[in-house]
Design a protein around this ligand. Structure first.
Ligand code: HEM
Length: 422
């Protein structure tokens, strides 16, 4: 008998045929993820040049915390192909920082942007977030019908983020519409300023203008900053600001929209969210887990290693599935059930390891400020399900293209608007 040597990983690897861009994924979402996870928490698929699908709660945490074994940066392989990055396939034409960088560069980039988003800084921002929440609700409260995504969730998030950064508040719609278009698949205008290129262009122009005429804000601090003993370049400033804008707007808006849809017919829970701060905090974590606005992102292996019995090889792309981890029954009892007092709640809605979300404190503060204000001022909202639709993409983010609702018109609460027109 001949002894044929079969590499161990070939015999053990579970190929599920998982297709992150398939209509089936878009249609079945968490059911599809459950199927993949139940076959193996670290499975393989041959699609998109082949990649791992890491879907188990323990595997996602262990893999993401192992900072020395993966790269999040884009790189060119020996055949000249663009590889790496956080998407599958690798996206060309822009770079998000610190998201698509690795230590030691990552440490420098993250340090440059950490302070304004620390728990202490964000705590001080709560009154300002409340002002923006009141302002944004004032702009829709008399109409009797609105879209939660682009008239409440996205503008509050965009305005506070631009305010922190020191970018013009009037630009909120320019950025927010392009980010929403990119994530949700809402058709764009098709002009040269659409989508990501439009955002990149506007940021480049704004940074160049601010270099000539400095203001005072995080953007100006970044422009004047040093990294590794040399001045930070304009491109680096652009890539850092870009990451903050795209990382926050639709994710936070999607979280709030998902909660609003869930709460529509639950008056007792709405009342507790308004009145009970402790409940509001645990509810925030459960909405983060259950909704998981960030569904998945990629990293690439920089060495051979084993993850939960599977042999990962240098250069292999790994798709980390935050939502699948957050719905793993091995960690969460009845994961499909919303339990707003769930404890413990070790979710990975904000990722894990070094790239764990920079804006987690801000996202929580926005959610905890906007939700009670909205529920109090728009108590009888009815979701217009015919005019509510989910994103047209399945794998990176989950949210709504639009979530329209009707309600009894109310009164404005601010004596002076911050913006005449939203
Ligand atoms: C509910 C809202 C949010 C969710 C679910 C979310 C989710 C995530 C996740 C899963 C990651 C990890 C990415 C990775 O592993 O590569 C991440 C990173 C990041 N997030 Fe968020 N995010 C939210 C809000 C925000 C906000 C408001 C900001 C604005 C400051 C923000 C900025 C970032 C940045 C800059 C990174 C990259 C951090 C790094 O690479 O060091 N996010 N976010």
């Amino acid at each position: 008998m001949t002894n044929i040597e079969i590499p161990a990983f070939d015999t053990e690897r579970v190929d599920t045929g998982f297709d992150i861009h398939s209509p089936e994924y878009l249609e079945r979402k968490t059911d599809y993820e459950a199927e993949i996870r139940s076959k193996c928490p670290v499975s393989w698929t041959g699609n998109y040049d082949g990649h791992w699908a890491i879907s188990g709660h323990h595997a996602v945490g262990a893999g993401l915390r192992d900072r020395n074994r993966f790269t999040a940066a884009k790189y060119t392989d020996e055949d000249g192909n663009l590889k790496g990055g956080i998407t599958i396939p690798t996206a060309e034409g822009y770079r998000a920082l610190p998201n698509e960088s690795d230590p030691p560069e990552w440490d420098g980039y993250r340090k440059l942007v950490s302070r304004p988003f620390s728990p202490q800084s964000v705590e001080k921002l709560r009154p300002r977030i409340a002002e923006f929440a009141d302002e944004v609700i004032d702009h829709m409260i008399t109409a009797g019908e609105a879209d939660f995504v682009m008239q409440v969730g996205s503008p509050v998030t965009a305005l506070i983020t631009l305010d922190i950064l020191g970018l013009p508040l009037e630009d909120w719609r320019f950025y927010a519409e392009r980010i929403h278009q990119t994530f949700s698949g809402v058709p764009g205008g098709g002009d040269s300023e659409a989508g990501i290129p439009g955002i990149q262009k506007r940021l480049t122009e704004t940074i160049a203008a601010r270099r000539l005429e400095p203001g005072s804000g995080v953007l100006d601090d970044l422009i004047a900053s040093d990294i590794d003993g040399r001045p930070t370049t304009d491109d680096e400033v652009k890539d850092l600001i870009y990451d903050i804008l795209v990382g926050g707007f639709d994710t936070t808006a999607g979280l709030m929209a998902g909660a609003i849809r869930y709460l529509e017919d639950k008056p007792e829970i709405k009342a507790r969210i308004i009145d009970d701060e402790d409940f509001r905090r645990t509810a925030t974590e459960e909405f983060l887990r259950w909704i998981s606005p960030a569904v998945g992102l990629a990293k690439s292996a920089t060495q051979d290693f084993e993850l939960e019995g599977q042999q990962i090889k240098t250069g292999d792309k790994m798709w980390f599935m935050y939502r699948a981890a957050n719905w793993d029954p091995a960690e969460f009892e009845d994961p499909e059930v919303v339990d707003l007092e769930r404890s413990p709640n070790r979710h990975y809605a904000f990722g894990a390891g070094i790239h764990r979300c920079l804006g987690s404190n801000l996202a929580r503060a926005i959610f905890q400020t906007v939700l009670p204000r909205f529920l109090e001022r728009v108590p009888d909202y009815v979701v217009d399900h015919e005019n509510t639709s989910n994103y047209a993409f399945a794998c990176v983010n989950a949210g709504f293209q639009k979530l329209r609702f009707t309600y009894t018109p109310g009164n404005k609460v601010r004596s002076e608007p911050i913006l005449e027109k939203l």
